[in-house]
Write a protein of this length. Structure first.
Length: 68
């Protein structure tokens, strides 16, 4: 069963988490931002990173917000 999550306010400002060099290419890290868990991924060796709320719908733990 797919469950819709409530719409939450998105954080619209950049937050420094760690140096880019601390995230190895094709891996990710988890951080606590304003009390919410955020998963941050570095895809390839580029300088782009992707982040999203670190929410597990099965255990219902983590964050429900998307962070860009």
């Amino acid at each position: 069963m797919i469950q819709a999550l409530p719409i939450r306010e998105t954080i619209t400002q950049w937050v420094d988490i760690c140096p880019l060099a601390a995230i190895a290419p094709n891996t990710g890290v988890c951080a606590l931002v304003e009390g919410k868990q955020v998963a941050i991924f570095r895809v390839g060796s580029e300088t782009d990173v992707f982040a999203l709320g670190n929410y597990d719908p099965f255990s219902k733990t983590g964050s429900t917000e998307l962070v860009m």
